[in-house]
Design a protein around this ligand. Structure first.
Ligand code: FAD
Length: 375
């Protein structure tokens, strides 16, 4: 594993940073406040090859690895965590179809997602089935050459704007083995977004209830085999945890850079607060947590790219980096003092955004469970 980026990785990093500065760095604050998601940003990121980084070239992806994906997502998140989340979530159907889809499904659904022309979503959770996703209740009943889906899903990131949604529904008995995965296209009769959640943060990344009322899909919409859905979801989340970790690193970096610059400028007792050892110790801890987070995320990505087992490492990366970013963003508010607590400065938003990363794609308690069990 290299500790310095290759020339190609350095170029990708710069490309992602430049695009983020141009496309949303100056509008994200307002969009977060007003809950506006800008679809055209995903389209523009797609034109630069940033919405299908690990997707094979034959399906219009960039054909790179998760290490490159993590590098790019860190940059995007440093300017707007909501768009890093959007790119990562649109990546989930691409990963699922690439690994479990048949050739027809791959050819039809992956290329527009990889190009950023379509938006993807992953609809697993329900009101009573979050950490225990295997207990989900939405049903899919086979009827000749079709399935009929009914139920209510919750917490579907960008479900209201997605063109291609992977919906998990029960085809068999109780428990994880009765779950199957389906491709449901936007506009399918009976399939619609319900309420959009009014969240603590990340409101530029909408999160929705998804309602399925006698939704008829062709049997060819089944991904893999009946009963394989839970395995498909868990496999996608293994990779997804690397992307959430990378998002945490970018967000933590933004908070670190903003607050340390402030500490060098803000004077109290006749000197910059950065000169006080009490402040320097905080900054040193923030720096160390950030560096360790990036290394864990990139190591999990490296293992995945090398075809080695990476489930435990991806969970450890997600757990450590998101806890670290919660702590870094909280300390960033502290470094700014009173103004850090106001909306005049971005650090309070970073702190609110950090919280959700400890919850999504398996809460950090669930990551500890994954790691503990594997050991
Ligand atoms: C903004 C946002 C976006 C989301 N996007 C998506 C999405 O796109 N698709 C999707 O399918 N889902 C999505 N989710 C749902 C998310 O994955 C769940 O919220 C998460 O898995 C936790 O489920 P829950 O909210 O039902 O909490 P619960 O599972 O009820 O957990 C409540 C608390 O109990 C703890 N807990 C639960 N079980 C255990 C255990 N065995 N041991 C120890 N502690 C435990 C949890 O860690 C948590 O602290 C999103 C959620 C949010 C907030």
């Amino acid at each position: 594993m290299r500790f310095t980026p290759t020339e190609e990785q350095a170029q990708l990093k710069e490309l992602a940073a430049k695009a983020s500065r141009q496309l949303f760095a100056t509008t994200i604050e307002k969009d977060e406040e007003e809950g506006i998601f800008r679809r055209e940003i995903i389209r523009e990121l797609g034109k630069l090859g940033l919405t299908g980084i690990p997707t094979p070239v034959e399906y219009d992806g960039a054909g790179l690895g998760y290490l490159e994906y993590a590098i790019a997502l860190e940059e995007i998140a440093a300017y707007g965590a909501a768009y890093a989340i959007s790119v990562a979530v649109s990546g989930l159907p691409q990963v699922i179809l690439n690994l479990f889809g048949n050739e027809q499904q791959k050819k039809k659904y992956i290329p527009p997602l990889a190009r950023g022309e379509h938006i993807g979503a992953f609809s697993l959770s329900e009101s009573h089935a979050g950490s225990d996703a295997g207990s989900l209740k939405a049903r899919a009943v086979k009827n000749g050459s079709e399935y009929v889906l009914n139920g209510t899903k919750l917490w579907t990131t960008q479900g209201n704007v997605a063109d291609t949604v992977i919906v998990f529904a029960r085809t068999g008995g109780e428990g994880p083995r009765g779950v199957s995965a389906f491709i449901v296209e936007k506009g399918t009769k009976g399939f619609r977004a319900g309420k959009t959640e009014h969240k603590m943060a990340a409101n530029a990344s909408p999160t929705c209830e998804m309602i399925l009322e006698d939704v008829v899909v062709p049997a060819s919409s089944l991904v893999g085999e009946e009963g394989q859905g839970f395995k498909i979801a868990m496999t996608a989340l293994d990779s997804g945890r690397i992307t959430i970790g990378a998002t945490a690193v970018g967000l933590g970096r933004a908070a670190f850079e903003y607050s340390t610059k402030f500490a060098k400028e803000r004077k109290q007792f006749g000197q910059p607060i950065a000169d006080f050892q009490g402040i320097q110790f905080m900054v040193a801890d923030m720096y160390t947590a950030l560096e360790a987070s990036r290394l864990l995320v990139q190591r999990a990505a490296y293992l995945k790219d090398s075809g080695l087992p990476f489930t435990r490492e991806a969970s450890a990366a997600k757990l450590f980096s998101t806890d670290a970013t919660m702590s870094i963003t909280t300390d960033a508010v502290q470094l700014l003092g009173g103004v850090g607590y106001t909306k005049e400065y971005p650090v309070e938003r970073y702190m609110r955004e950090a919280k959700v990363l400890q919850i999504v794609e398996g809460t950090n308690q669930i990551q500890r469970m994954v790691i503990g069990r594997s050991i």
